[in-house]
Ligand binder design. Sequence first.
Ligand code: PLP
Length: 394
Amino acid sequence: MFETVSTAPPDAILGLTEAFQQDSNPEKINLSVGVYKDAEGKTPVLQCVKAAERRLIEDEATKSYLGIDGLPEYRSHVAGLLFGERVPAERLAVIQTPGGTGAVRLAADFVSSQFAGAKVWISNPTWANHQAIFQAAGLPIETYRYLNAQRTGLDFEGLLADLTSGPVAGDAVLLHACCHNPTGVDPTAEQWQQIAAVLKERRLLPIIDFAYQGFGSGLEEDAAGLHTILDHVGEALVCSSFSKNFGLYSERVGALTLVAEQADAATAGRSQLKRLVRSNYSNPPRHGASVVATVLADSALTAQWHQELAEMRQRIAAMRQAFVTRMRDSGVERDFRFLLDQNGMFSFSGLNPMQVDELRSQHSVYIVGSGRINVAGMTEENLPRLCEAIAAVL
Ligand SMILES: Cc1ncc(COP(=O)(O)O)c(C=O)c1O
């Protein structure tokens, strides 16, 4: 039977990583993958995570299965990080998931299984996997405008016009809470208010993808858009990931939080989400969630986490500034100052596919075909060479 199976196209970004690994140029630069790198170009284990793991080695009493919805104390911490005291626990159903991807997939399966005929609206552009995930869940996908014509900022009029005229009551709208991937472009506080008003008026279900809490302006600040939405709309699905802000990429730590207007609806929602999990991966992995729960249960470790998260965030901001200054000094015509208004690891550089190809083949600089760059891949050391290469292809 297998002889009838055709080869699937490789994943665009992971394919680039393979090409990068095979490149023998010692000065190669990889700005393609979505992981944080420190000043040495490494993706280290956070100190607070190491400390929590040491405790777990001593104290962990079992490796038995978790419940379908995961570790209870972890789930409480997720709710706390998202909402603090804003939403009572009985209105929430938090489900621990394998990473943020697992959360998005569970949200997609939930909408698809519960709301016949619902479509999902995603920004154009968005994280490449959104399309694939919603498609796999059988949800029809539509897009709303996001970037302006120069690809440097938000096309807010376009976004609002599309959300006002396209979706019908009961459709879902996927929004990035902060640090929009791939553009780094986020709505302002005032724009969040207007988006929330449209969601409420048109009775649309927000799916908030929150993969970068703490990578924009801070843990609380980055949740401001989410809070605005929930001030207007009583229901949402929120997808958390601790891959980036805890550096726990390979441990697959995430959560889907269903916010309901009433406690009964949250209870029913939880039961349906558990049913979906049971027939998929049965129950989530323990280790990463235990690490997060251990850190957040201890005030000293939590303070250490806040410090390490701030360092990551500040390093990215410093690299944005250094890149913009250096590009300006290199004398190229293109003005990169728009990068300073963007948040998180990613930005659209504005480089076209030909320039991206040339960067790779002539300079061993790896960037995604769309021109998306991972600012966190820049270091003091590789910046001069990177900027020279970009100036050359421009
Ligand atoms: C917007 C967005 N959502 C979800 C994810 C998935 O996160 P995880 O690696 O935790 O599955 C990512 C990861 O890159 C992302 O950028």
